[in-house]
Design a binder for this molecule. Structure first.
Ligand code: FUL
Length: 696
């Protein structure tokens, strides 16, 4: 009898172990090992530093001379330290950009650092940076432009041999490479060894991509290859720093090629993709990829960088943030400051994971054992996942806190080794006994982060509405991020109405109009208000949750411009003149091109004031022109007899296009005249973003 029991039990045991539940079947194309490793990087740096840094260009012609490359304090360890401290995982460097200058002493061309004065031609930026990355525990990647505007053979097979050889040198001599970045810009005009002509190539065939891929696989098997079309990583179809909310990591890759005209599709991938081809979101911390002193005041703001983080990492893309290293060879101080501000904010946002240890339940679980249970989503292990049964594409998972908890971020991850599945999901919270929808979205993929207004609830539910097959969710996290506290932005309309704004609408703004320091007790901003006489506005932002406040913003507001009229201009279209006094810094008006006379504008202020100064805001366009560097300013009571009240120079205005304020001896007048007696650029074409006055 005893024996029989034993046999029964062992047969049963065998049966149980045989009936081990199978994982869900993979769906669609799957990521390779190297792609999986890449997904985990999230955030890393691009460095654009090369010949253009010294010629103040974005795209060099190829006709530059190696002697022009001459950084005074090049320090790749500073780049690596900054990237590390900023929380980045690696650095990708422009080893060669379209102008063809090589940052390493390649054997393929004379157009390289070896003929530059830097380190007397003995330097190698690639070597320095690869060592610095190693020292700081960062990954190292290379950007090698296929287009070469310097090479005399560009367009012929000979160039392709050199291009491949350059790649070989880079892949062989600088240790581990994690990513090889090929740009889509290809062919066109160039220096081409002095030919100075336009050369066209066929993007699909000219570079023999099969060969480059084979070489990379052979020499750096772990490196991912980036281009518009992959094969491993795709461009996201914009340089503005975002992916679409719907973002599939798969694409019908055979349709895509470098320079693909349907690049907009790269922003969301293809739901019916045939290849795993995830998106990398590349953008620069400044308007340009390369350093331009004139963009020192245009380093992206903290709210903008935070938004970019959420719209890249939070939308199933990796974030490749470009740092335009300056002509000293350093990451500029302002950029460093913004990088650290972003790091601090992201650290704060994700400081405390709330779902750890929280009770979880799902409407369906694959098998009865622990393997695919719902609790795998908050066990802190990304290798375990919650999966549903084969027929179940729609299911919900509910988290029950012990007490009502404030939440404003949710992070979700699919178990992508089995493919990307989720097509539609909704987040709900139980408020006053009822389930309320907080957000509804489409794809998840490797990582999706949703930001929403703080909700206090004890129960949260995610309803997966549709998926390509049974669910496989590896991770769900929730956070209560603090408000994004930034100084208020002041805007004034032509009619004198003033508005104050902050990107986070939970943050309060308080202000004073009598010159006193604002505090939480000062007037709280609720709607635009009128300022119709000279006034000092001071404002702060306050976080109502914890009482933190910003430093004070001070704006001197003068008489409104509502009755101002343009009386005359030396040339130019009179239709648009309003733009130079519309209080909008981003619009401008300019005099005509090719008019070789000193240019000026005359404004009627509508009534007589005692004037004690004027302001001039230079054009804020990406490619500015007509900036006044030397001026004369005149005042008149009657538009007939004019007094020149001041003349002078706006120091460094071309590089630093901030508002210029020029005080002068108090003078009564109704008409003003601003004349540009020297203008940056050709002839006297003169531009104005805004003219203002200071009255007594
Ligand atoms: C673009 C290039 O043409 C830019 O100069 C820059 O390198 C950017 C990252 O890619 O397509």
């Amino acid at each position: 009898m005893k024996e029989l029991k034993l046999i029964v039990f062992s047969v049963l045991g065998l049966f149980i172990s045989c009936s081990k539940v199978e994982p869900p079947k993979p769906i669609g194309p799957l990521p390779s090992e190297r792609q999986l490793a890449w997904h985990e990087l999230d955030y890393y740096a691009f460095v654009h530093f090369n010949m253009n840094t010294f010629t103040n260009m974005e795209w060099g012609t190829g006709g530059e001379k190696p002697e022009q490359f001459n950084p005074s304090e090049l320090d790749t360890r500073q780049w690596a330290r900054v990237a590390k401290e900023a929380g980045m995982e690696g650095i990708i460097l422009t080893a060669k950009h379209h102008d063809g200058f090589c940052l390493w002493p390649t054997k393929t061309t004379e157009h390289s650092v070896k003929n530059s004065p830097w380190k007397e031609g003995k330097g190698d930026v690639l070597k320095d940076l690869s060592e610095a990355c190693k020292e700081y525990g960062l990954k190292f990647g290379i950007y090698l432009s296929p287009w070469d505007r310097n090479h005399e053979d560009y367009g012929k097979p000979e160039y392709v041999l050199d291009f491949h050889e350059q790649l070989r040198e880079l892949l062989t001599n600088y240790g581990d490479i994690f990513e090889v970045w090929f740009d889509g810009a290809n062919g066109g005009s160039g220096y081409y060894g002095g030919a100075n002509e336009t050369r066209k190539i066929d993007n699909k065939t000219y570079y023999e991509w099969e060969k480059t891929t084979a070489m990379i696989r052979e020499l750096q098997p772990n490196a991912v290859i980036f281009s518009d079309a992959g094969p491993d990583i795709r461009w996201v179809g914009t340089e503005e720093g975002w992916a679409n909310e719907t973002n599939w990591s798969i694409m019908r890759a055979d349709e895509v090629y470098p320079g693909w005209p349907r690049y907009v599709e790269l922003r969301s991938g293809h739901e019916d993709g045939t290849h795993w081809l995830p998106a990398e979101v590349n953008t620069s911390i400044r308007p340009g990829w390369y350093y331009h002193p004139a963009e020192d005041h245009q380093v992206k703001s903290l709210p903008r960088l935070v938004r970019t983080y959420y719209e890249s990492v939070g939308r199933n893309g990796n974030f490749l943030l470009n740092l335009p290293v300056d002509h000293r060879g350093l990451v500029h101080e302002t950029d460093v400051q913004q990088l650290m501000a972003l790091k601090q904010q992201i650290d704060k946002d994700f400081a405390k994971e709330l779902l750890v240890g929280v009770q979880v339940e799902a409407t369906d679980e694959r098998g009865a054992g622990p393997e695919y249970r719902a609790a795998n989503v908050n066990d802190g292990d990304s290798n375990t996942y919650w999966a549903t049964n084969d027929s179940i594409k729609k299911a919900s998972i509910t988290f029950s806190f012990d007490a009502p908890t404030e939440v404003n971020r949710i992070l979700l991850q699919e178990y992508i080794p089995l493919g990307q599945r989720v097509k539609n999901f909704i987040l709900l919270a139980e408020i006053d006994g009822k389930w309320k929808e907080i957000d509804g979205q489409t794809t998840i993929g490797y990582k999706r982060i949703l930001r929403f207004n703080t909700v206090k609830a004890a129960k949260f539910r995610i309803l997966f509405m549709d998926a390509k097959g049974p669910l496989a969710i590896s991770n769900i996290e929730m956070y209560r991020a603090p408000n994004l506290l930034t100084q208020p932005t002041v805007q004034r309309k032509k009619d004198g109405m003033v508005s104050l704004s902050v990107p986070d609408k939970n943050v309060a703004v308080h202000y004073t109009l009598d010159g006193s320091e604002p505090s939480k007790a000062s007037q709280k901003y609720t709607k635009p208000f009128l300022v119709d006489s000279p006034t000092t506005l001071k404002a702060i932002s306050v976080d109502p949750d914890d009482g933190r406040q910003t430093e004070t913003v001070l704006r001197k507001l003068d008489v409104p411009k509502k009755d101002w009229k343009i009386v005359d201009t030396s040339s130019g279209n009179l239709m648009d003149t309003d733009k130079l006094m519309d209080e909008d810094p981003n619009t401008y008006w300019a005099t005509d091109e090719g008019v070789n006379i000193i240019q000026e504008v005359i404004i009627d202020l509508g009534k007589t004031y005692t004037l004690s100064g004027f302001t001039y805001l230079p054009i804020q366009e990406r490619y500015p022109f007509g900036i006044i560097t030397n001026y004369e300013f005149y005042v008149s009571r009657n538009n007939k007899r004019w007094t020149r009240v001041i003349r002078g120079e706006f120091g460094n205005v071309v590089n630093n296009r901030i508002e210029q304020t020029v005080p002068f001896k108090a003078t009564k007048g109704r008409y003003i005249k601003l004349r540009g007696i020297k203008v940056a650029g050709k002839d006297y074409r003169t531009s104005f973003a805004e003219i203002g006055v200071i009255t007594e």
